[in-house]
Write a protein that binds this ligand. Structure first.
Ligand code: B12
Length: 228
């Protein structure tokens, strides 16, 4: 694959466009190896993981969703595209160098009960693990009544909860309460499009709908007084 060279904004935009097109094509054809090559090329080109997620993977998955809604792609095609993206995210972790220092801090991640959309949460998990955190990923549909005990057992410094559908907003609040019941000192980062609009940040709580800056947010939660 021939990607544009140089570091100017035009070259960068052209590079992202080419990567996006190549990645979307790989998803639509169900070609995992080609999708992996696009990810490797993107990392080799020096793009941050967060940029690759936002500018390449997410728009390609949205395109899959649009075609699925229009009936051009079947449910099986969409499942195949999602599985390819989840495996590409797993591969990314091996490729990116792990930074030192953060390994002492444990971060746990879970999608709230009933929530099956995990691509965004996996992105966050990758970013934190690749940044060096001891990231423990619980995945989709984690029962509310299992949260307090898992927090007591693993004692994470930060618990990341995701809700991508607005219908899951109330469950998110219950999940937050349960994490705090497990350990009131655990900080929370909640994310995804299903986070209620009116939920406000407070001491020990970061609210975000996007993946950008999660590493910085977790760094800040870890650094807050009383947690070091
Ligand atoms: C793949 C997919 C599925 C897969 C998920 C598989 C998996 N392992 O993730 C399956 C088949 C399971 C599925 C099921 C359903 N889905 Co679906 N799905 C999608 C699809 C096509 C892509 C989602 C995706 O991966 N996007 C890529 C990620 C990167 O984007 P994202 O989730 O928006 O995440 C971004 C931000 O929200 C944020 N973010 C997300 N999570 C987190 C977490 C944290 C901590 C942070 C900080 C940020 C963050 O960062 C990401 C990058 O910007 C979308 C189509 C679309 N337009 O999005 C529909 C979509 C999300 N699904 C939808 C629906 C309705 C359903 C079902 C109800 C369908 C059904 N009738 O059964 C079920 C519900 C299942 C459940 N109980 O959760 C709707 C949601 C509507 C809504 N707003 O409520 C959508 C939008 C399709 C549509 N247009 O109707 N789905």
């Amino acid at each position: 694959m021939e990607f544009p060279t140089g570091s100017g904004p035009l070259n960068r935009a052209a590079l992202l466009q080419e990567l996006r097109e190549a990645y979307t094509a790989a998803l639509l054809l169900g070609e995992e190896v080609k999708a992996e090559i696009v990810m490797r090329e993107a990392i080799d080109a020096g793009l941050d993981e967060e940029v690759i997620h936002r500018e390449v993977l997410a728009p390609s998955m949205r395109r899959v969703g649009d075609l699925w809604e229009r009936g051009t792609l079947s449910v099986a095609d969409e499942h195949l595209a999602t599985q390819i993206t989840l495996r590409v995210l797993a591969l990314e972790r091996e490729v990116v160098r792990v930074a030192g220092g953060r390994w002492r801090h444990r971060v746990m991640l879970a999608a709230v009960e009933g929530e099956e959309h995990t691509v965004g949460l996996q992105m966050v998990g990758n970013l934190l693990a690749n940044a060096g955190y001891d990231a423990r990923y619980l995945g989709a549909d984690v029962p509310i009544d299992s949260l307090a005990s898992i927090v007591e057992k693993h004692r994470p410094r930060v618990f990341v909860l995701s809700a991508t559908m607005p219908a899951n907003g109330e469950l998110l609040r219950l999940a937050m309460d349960e994490v705090r019941r497990g350990d009131p000192g655990t900080a929370l980062l909640v994310g995804g499009q299903g986070v209620p609009e009116e939920l406000r940040e407070e001491e020990g709580l970061v609210v975000t709908r996007e993946v950008s800056n999660v590493v910085e947010s977790v760094d800040a939660l870890i650094r807050r007084p009383g947690l070091n």
